[in-house]
Design a protein around this ligand. Structure first.
Ligand SMILES: [Mn+2]
Length: 406
């Protein structure tokens, strides 16, 4: 039975800020690939975090890594989110090709991965029956669904409609039209895989949010292609879907950790894919995790004590009264957490002296007292009448009147 081994990494987010993290983790995946000897190496989008300068260390490092990968196996670079990976970025990177070819998947397209390790992209969005002969020399058939340019889709379907809805319809139509060639490949015992950068309905982000809006796919949409495996990018948390047909769709998650609150293990996938089923292994990278602990008052040492083995960046958020500032013992905290790189997010609660706004506009003392009472919520009961008494009469008069029977 024909099988294909793929190393699948995603969301590298190279940038000057992420350079150390991106490169340590990407480097780890390439080192792994050197001994795993995959047939194919796939980067499923967001290789960069944003537009980066060609002369930057980040660009140099990324290009070096892609070149290393292409010395191990043929590489596919899939277009990710345009704000992270501006159009054209991947085409430039692809020029660094090593021993094996690099294919840029930046449009809806089917790709034949040949037995010699070359790529043949469909000239249209899909292959058709006319292309059947290509299957004789195919090691795998790949169906690419990269991030699509909304403007291009709008130009095709017409403007003035709900573009999110139209995009989804367009992709569903594409999936329907892809099925035929995928079925032909399966019939010929050729492994089939889909690659996409997008949101699956009810996927969970690295911050624990359930994605129920703006999704490109339902899990069944991906399985409807007929592909044994669906290799995803975009969501930074590793997760997968499977069905009783042996089909699997999976996000490796981001290769490293790029946000506070993202403290799940980070890694990549090693796939084994046949014409009828797929399986993957998750391999953890040495990511520097970024954890946040939040206290509604001063840091609780008992809670921090439980994190004594935590390795990575730890942000401690807390609230402290101004007069208790000295009580937060950072030296002690840092000695309790020897492997954490700690930053503090300290909010100070100021000693608050309330004033009664508008009190100066009141004409007399009794009105000022009433105003103060309303502003502060303090009860004044019959103090007001006594204040008037004090202002109008002498102490002797007040005492005499109080003592004499009414
Ligand atoms: Mn990403």
């Amino acid at each position: 039975m024909g099988t294909i081994k793929v190393i699948h990494i995603s969301d590298l987010h190279y940038s000057p800020q992420n350079l150390i993290e991106s490169d340590r983790c990407t480097g780890y995946s390439i080192q792994y690939a050197e001994s795993a000897k995959p047939d194919l190496f796939i980067i499923s989008g967001d290789a960069t975090d944003h537009r980066i300068d060609v002369h930057s260390e980040a660009a140099k490092a990324l290009i070096g890594r892609v070149k290393q990968a292409s010395n191990i196996a043929p590489v596919i670079l899939l277009q990710g989110t345009f704000s992270h990976e501006p159009k054209g970025t991947l085409k430039s990177i692809a020029h660094c090709q090593g021993k094996h070819p690099i294919f840029v998947a930046d449009k809806l397209q089917q790709i034949i991965f040949t037995k010699e390790g070359n790529f043949i992209g469909s000239s249209d969005e899909h292959f058709t029956e006319k292309d059947q002969d290509l299957l004789f020399n195919a090691k795998s058939v790949i169906t690419a669904i990269p991030v699509l340019n909304q403007a291009e889709i709008a130009a095709k379907v017409g403007t003035g409609r709900d573009i999110q809805y139209e995009m989804r319809q367009y992709i569903l139509e594409y999936i329907k039209n892809s099925q035929k060639f995928i079925a032909m490949a399966k019939e010929a015992d050729i492994p089939t895989l889909g690659i996409s950068h997008g949101t699956v309905y009810q996927s969970i982000t690295e911050h624990g949010f359930l994605m129920t809006k703006d999704h490109e796919f339902m899990p069944e949409d991906m399985f409807d292609t007929g592909c044994s495996a669906f290799l995803l990018g975009h969501i930074h948390r590793h997760q997968y879907w499977t069905n009783d047909q042996g089909q699997i769709a999976a996000y490796p998650g981001s290769i490293g950790c790029f946000h506070f609150g993202d403290d799940d293990p980070k890694g990549f996938l090693e796939w084994n894919i046949s014409s009828i089923r797929a399986e993957f292994k998750f391999i953890q990278t040495p990511a520097q995790l970024k954890k946040t602990v939040t206290f509604n008052s001063e840091p609780d040492l008992k809670v921090l004590e439980e994190l004594r083995d935590f390795e990575g960046e730890l942000r401690i958020q807390y609230l402290v009264n101004e007069e208790n500032l000295q009580c937060v013992d950072r030296v002690k905290i840092e000695s309790m957490l020897p492997n954490a790189e700690i930053t503090y997010d300290q909010r100070i609660v100021k000693i608050h002296r309330s004033r009664a706004e508008g009190i100066s506009l009141e004409n007399d003392l009794a009105s000022k007292l009433e105003h103060w009472s309303k502003a502060t919520g303090e009860k004044i009961d019959n103090l007001q009448s006594k204040l008037i008494l004090l202002q109008e009469k002498s102490v002797q008069e007040i005492v005499r009147e109080s003592l004499s029977p009414a």
